[in-house]
Write a protein of this length. Structure first.
Length: 106
């Protein structure tokens, strides 16, 4: 068995060309921040559209602040009346952007 240097170079070249062509197709596109209405960022003030019961039509609008982000949910900080707060994981569809929330409300 002899080592054929030309064959090894050819195999490496084919692998490199294959990776150069296939690798960009593996990458997911980053979401466009300007076109995605459900984009939130940590520290952003939001309104949580809260329903006490799923069968209820009464929706409470609760001021909150984004704490963490995951691929499917957003963790928000909701202030209580005694200046304490609780964190809740919520569906981003239950949040709306709030540029008008005043600090005194929180």
């Amino acid at each position: 068995m002899t080592f054929d240097f030309r064959l090894a170079v050819l195999v490496v070249l084919v692998l490199l060309i294959n990776l150069a062509i296939a690798f960009p197709s593996w990458a997911e596109r980053a979401p466009s921040l300007t076109s995605n209405p459900n984009y939130f960022q940590v520290g952003q003030k939001v309104i949580w559209l809260y329903k006490a019961r799923t069968d209820s039509s009464d929706i409470q609008r609760i001021p909150a602040e984004v704490v963490k982000l995951s691929s499917k949910q957003v963790q928000i900080k909701v202030y209580k009346h005694n200046n304490e707060f609780v964190n809740r994981w919520v569906n981003p569809n239950k949040l709306e952007n709030s540029q008008k929330v005043k600090r005194s409300v929180l």
